[in-house]
Design a protein around this ligand. Structure first.
Ligand SMILES: C[S@@+](CC[C@H](N)C(=O)[O-])C[C@H]1O[C@@H](n2cnc3c(N)ncnc32)[C@H](O)[C@@H]1O
Length: 238
């Protein structure tokens, strides 16, 4: 698929699968997604009075994970370009009584309506893979972070172990699309998923891309045998 067609396709896909997204996420990852987000938020070591932006926030699980830590005076922004994903996030956040502390924005991650140096932390979980112009997105994330701020990216990756990779690919390319299609009735979405993970740059190349955007000290942590990687980058204190 060329870049021109990718954006409307991805947006339409998330609008379409929004209702089933949480259920399928838990089922297809065997609830590992909960652990991955927990790990991302604990790695940020957030402090009271922080301002955080969760990009591609989807149905709001990263935001809920942040709120569980009960920091004082925390301000959270959730941005996503899918109306249906966002409306589920708003419902979930309302039930948890967090709505007053969270602001939602319907926007493309490449054009964020924030001033430079606005946030202490920027997070994006399972969203960067869907953005074709990753370099532009990373630069944008860098600009809106305050000096000393942290970027946390969680993304599905391919495991290194050859034996596990073979097993995982059978699950990922043959079984997962069938389960996804059965529950979501969306054939394309769960075919696109393994394709997009395979097209994602290797972790070392992606770390270079993060550094090129300006970040220093970029770390990676492999989670669940490398099927997910947590990337953390820091913006230098001037
Ligand atoms: C796989 S979901 C991840 C949702 C959530 N972060 C989570 O942890 O479950 C990817 C989300 O990214 C959003 N998304 C993809 N590309 C985007 C873009 N260019 N701008 C804004 N949101 C985007 C989709 O609408 C979707 O809600």
């Amino acid at each position: 698929m060329d870049n021109k067609n990718e954006l409307p396709f991805i947006k339409a896909m998330f609008e379409n699968i929004a209702q089933n997204y949480d259920f399928l996420n838990k089922l297809l990852s065997l609830k590992q997604d909960v652990y991955w987000r927990k790990k991302m938020i604990s790695s940020l070591k957030l402090k009271d009075n922080s301002k955080i932006l969760d990009i591609a926030c989807g149905t709001g699980d990263v935001i809920i994970e942040i709120m569980k830590n009960n920091h004082k005076n925390i301000q959270i922004y959730g941005a996503d370009f899918s109306k249906n994903m966002l409306s589920i996030a708003i419902k979930k956040i309302k039930i948890k009584n967090y709505l007053l502390k969270v602001n939602f924005l319907l926007t493309n991650a490449l054009y964020l309506p924030f001033l430079n140096e606005s946030f202490n932390a920027v997070t994006i979980a399972f969203g960067i893979r869907n953005i074709s112009n990753k370099d532009q997105a990373l630069k944008e994330f860098y600009n809106i972070l305050k000096p000393g701020g942290t970027l946390a990216i969680l993304e599905l990756t391919t495991p290194k172990s050859v034996f596990f990779l073979k097993l995982y690919m059978i699950y990922f390319k043959k079984i997962l699309p069938l389960i996804g299609q059965f529950f979501s009735k969306n054939r394309q979405a769960y075919r696109y998923l393994p394709e997009s993970v395979q097209n994602f740059p290797t972790s070392d190349i992606f770390i270079d891309n993060i550094k090129k955007a300006g970040f220093i000290k970029v770390n990676q942590t492999k989670l669940t045998l490398g099927i997910t990687t947590l990337f953390i980058g820091y913006k230098q204190i001037i």
